[in-house]
Ligand binder design. Structure first.
Ligand SMILES: NC(=O)c1ccc[n+]([C@@H]2O[C@H](COP(=O)([O-])OP(=O)(O)OC[C@H]3O[C@@H](n4cnc5c(N)ncnc54)[C@H](O)[C@@H]3O)[C@@H](O)[C@H]2O)c1
Ligand SMILES: [Fe+2]
Length: 385
């Protein structure tokens, strides 16, 4: 049995429609809160789904401001502007309300608005000093699992992404409400759902911090996600299916928060950074090729996961590993998302730069079950082209 530590968010509520009663949750957990800042993006704001939660917060006696300038893969400037708005409004409670981008910005508002620490000095692991404002996270994609991770990903410079990873980034409350996700378009449902599946796969096979709790959570996450993802794409209004996807994504988040991601994410970042491909799709594009590359070191674990993701998979470890790869490939194809790098604008001449960039993701690569050299990274991209 390995020695390990495990942390997660202390309060989780999973219930369709619960965000319409979020005011009561706030009163229960933060009776002294007076001024909430709801952090979202313009796309989600347009759905109108923030109206009922805002009314509920006001009915609980709080003032509410909305910051809706979050953009996908948020750059530093957006974070800093949000912090300025939060300070000006006298915010004493932050609510992330959106996909990973909005929740990641909400985390940084919560730590930065009461602190004089510079954002740049927070990148890396364990570099946030001091506390934060109360923080509630409400995901609207199923997805990143950011509602239960201590990670915030920021786009720094033109194309590179960096992570702030610190225990202060764990929220106080995570709220899973399927009603918020029924309008998520099928391709976004597919890409974000595959992102969640990748979190579970990478956590289960992570090299340094693999632990029994993360394993259990990853297995349950994959069961929920693999059995509901196609239904969620085909019938987005099915609340039971959507709630199962949210739960699966959150369990995967709890898992990888303690057993970190690896080469799929490392190789995905340059695709997102340079070609502005959404995070989940970037992961999906390299996934089967990284699984194939990792197989010599991870086949035993992949075979175990195949029994969950591709029920009925039998035979040798190699045969079951192939069944896992085939099933992930099948999910991507059936949902109609892109499956080759060239479909998102990548050319052969881009591969060297992408391989160079991927090698900078040492925080992730160090967790991969098989060592990845620059030549390996380039070969994986070439196979995915
Ligand atoms: N913190 C973490 O642990 C963690 C983990 C993985 C990824 N990330 C980061 O999260 C970000 C990606 O998050 P994401 O994949 O959730 O996407 P996102 O937050 O960038 O949102 C993508 C798009 O979906 C729209 N959208 C969101 N919810 C919707 C809904 N319910 N209905 C209709 N439209 C909706 C948004 O308006 C946006 O246009 C990236 O920056 C990535 O690096 C963070
Ligand atoms: Fe991810």
């Amino acid at each position: 049995m390995p020695s390990f530590g495990f942390s997660t968010v202390p309060h989780i509520v999973s219930e369709s429609g619960v965000s319409r009663k979020i005011g009561a949750l706030i009163t229960q957990h933060f009776p002294d809160a007076r001024h909430a800042l709801l952090v979202t993006d313009a796309g989600f704001l347009k759905t109108g789904l923030v109206e009922a939660p805002i009314a509920s917060i006001k009915a609980a006696g709080l003032q509410v401001s909305v910051f809706s300038d979050v953009v996908a893969d948020p750059p530093e400037a957006v974070v800093l502007k949000a912090v300025e708005d939060a300070r000006r409004a006298g915010t004493d409670l932050v609510i992330g309300f959106g996909g990973g981008s909005s929740m990641d910005v909400a985390k940084l508002i919560a730590v930065l608005s009461g602190s004089d620490q510079d954002l740049k000095s927070m990148y890396g692991v364990g570099n946030v000093k001091g506390g934060r404002l109360p923080l509630i996270q409400v995901p609207t994609t199923a997805g990143t699992g950011s509602e239960v991770t201590p990670i915030s990903i920021v786009t720094t410079g033109a194309t590179t992404k960096m992570g702030v990873v610190s225990p202060q980034l764990y929220a106080d409350v995570a709220v899973l409400d399927a009603e918020l996700t029924i309008g998520l378009p099928p391709k976004v449902t597919a890409a974000t759902g595959i992102d969640a599946m990748v979190h579970a796969i990478e956590a289960y096979t992570t090299k340094l911090k693999k632990n029994p709790l993360s394993d259990m959570l990853a297995a349950k996450a994959l069961e929920l996600l693999s059995s509901n993802i196609l239904a969620a794409c085909e019938d987005g209004k099915n609340l039971a299916v959507r709630q199962a996807m949210l739960l699966g994504a959150m369990l995967a988040g709890q898992s990888f928060a303690n057993a970190p991601c690896a080469a799929v994410h490392a190789l995905a970042y340059p695709i997102g950074g340079i070609f502005h491909v959404p995070h989940g799709l970037s992961n999906s594009l390299v996934l089967p090729h990284v699984l194939r590359f990792n197989a010599p070191a991870a086949a035993g674990m992949y075979a175990e996961l195949a029994e969950i993701v591709a029920p009925g998979a039998t035979g040798s470890v190699e045969a079951r590993t192939q069944a896992l790869i085939n099933r992930m490939d099948e999910i991507a194809r059936r949902t109609g998302i892109e499956t080759q790098l060239r479909q998102v604008g990548v050319q052969e001449s881009d591969l060297d730069r992408m391989a160079d960039d991927a090698m900078l993701q040492t925080r992730l690569l160090t967790n991969n079950p098989r060592e990845v050299t620059r030549e390996d990274a380039r070969a994986i991209y070439a196979a995915a082209l």
